[in-house]
Design a protein around this ligand. Structure first.
Ligand SMILES: *Cc1c(COP(=O)(O)O)cnc(C)c1O
Length: 361
């Protein structure tokens, strides 16, 4: 039975590759002859051990994660990392935060509970429509770490360079662009991401942590927020989010079959280029974001007024596209076009946009 699927432009939880959903469906009742669903398995069983090990191995291969990094499968969302990072990394007590949007600002506010936190750069002066350049950053070489949000899901900006921090570890929130392109993991001290945007389903947070940054948590740190016991027990200090890890495994398998991150990057560039090129040629729509800082994952734009934005959201939903309404902090529209969004989804969106423009200009 082929269900009618729509193009889901949600920022997260977001669409998954159909192949992944079908495979999960086919394995739902009886995983590889085990006689049970992955959901029903003990996390300490042999069958599950193979799933989590294979998932980590695939992630290590796809992202080329060096051996001196631990991969942690955690819960609590990306938001819990806003607390875990300062609790684990503040030793001298100072950190530099670069605030380029909503989630970076939340992380900054949270970190202030634990130490001497400096605002080392921000794009608030222009409503977060750009990424600060290296020379605009005021970095302290004595900081314990430098924090940034690699892709600003709500405003639609993305870092296109890794700042030079003179050896101070960079902590990057990659919730909305991890696995969208190859990266150099060794440029970062910690990379973390909630899985529900580009890695799988909600309930899982992945943290890739350089080993020397583990084991320095403040003594009052709750055990579930301390990287050390979680790393020592290979994410099995307690029950990990077993099914979400399994889904990540299927997504990674799909990425492998598609040809890996270089292929993902090319597809993502093509999709984003098509959409931005159309936005640039239209007098009806506009995008506020500085062209060189445009996100390949979350494309924000607006029509001439808020009434038309609301009509756009309504009519696009009726035309088989969901979640195109922008975040309330920005207004307008947002098309999230993660790995799982096919080119045809973007083409369908642009065809709708052209028609809407004709009818409403
Ligand atoms: C969605 C998102 C978050 C919040 O993730 P949760 O898993 O809901 O805590 C944090 N940072 C970025 C960049 C996001 O896109």
């Amino acid at each position: 039975m082929a269900e009618k699927r729509i193009y889901n432009f949600s920022a997260g939880p977001s669409m998954l590759p159909l192949e992944v959903l079908k495979k999960a469906q086919s394995q739902m009742l009886n995983y590889e002859g085990s006689g049970m669903s992955v959901m029903e398995m003990s996390h300490r069983s042999k069958a599950y051990d193979a799933i989590i090990k294979k998932t980590e191995e695939r992630l290590r291969t796809i992202l080329a994660i060096p051996n001196n990094y631990k991969v942690l499968f955690l819960q609590g969302g990306a938001t819990s990392q806003f607390s875990m990072v300062p609790l684990n990394l503040l030793q001298k007590g100072k950190a530099d935060y670069i605030v380029t949007g909503y989630f970076a600002n939340k992380a900054y506010a949270e970190a202030k509970k634990y130490g001497d936190i400096a605002l080392a750069g921000t794009s608030k002066d222009k409503d977060f429509t750009y990424i600060p350049k290296q020379q605009e950053l005021a970095l302290n070489k004595d900081a314990d770490y430098v924090y940034l949000c690699a892709n600003n899901t709500i405003y639609g900006t993305e870092w296109k360079y890794v700042p030079d921090t003179k050896g101070v570890p960079i902590v990057a929130d990659m919730s909305s662009n991890i696995l969208s392109k190859p990266i150099r993991v060794e440029d970062y001290g910690i990379i973390f991401a909630g899985a529900q945007k580009n890695m799988g389903c909600a309930g899982l947070t992945v943290a890739i942590v350089r080993e020397d940054l583990i084991g320095h948590a403040k003594e009052f740190t709750p055990v579930m927020m301390d990287y050390a016991p979680l790393a020592e027990k290979d994410s099995m200090y307690n029950t990990p989010p077993t099914y979400a890890i399994y889904i990540l495994g299927l997504v990674l398998e799909w990425i492998e079959e598609m040809g890996g991150l270089a292929v993902m990057a090319k597809r993502n560039e093509e999709k984003a280029k098509l959409l931005y090129t159309y936005l640039d040629t239209s007098d009806f729509y506009q995008t506020q974001v500085n062209p060189s800082d445009r996100s390949l994952m979350n494309v924000t734009f607006r029509s001439p007024n808020a009434e038309l934005d609301a009509l756009f959201a309504k009519e696009s939903a009726a035309a088989g596209m969901s979640n195109l309404k922008g975040h309330r902090a920005v207004g307008g529209m947002r098309a999230s076009i993660y790995n799982a969004m096919p080119m045809e989804g973007v083409e369908t969106l642009i065809a709708f946009m052209k028609k809407f423009e004709e009818e409403n200009k």
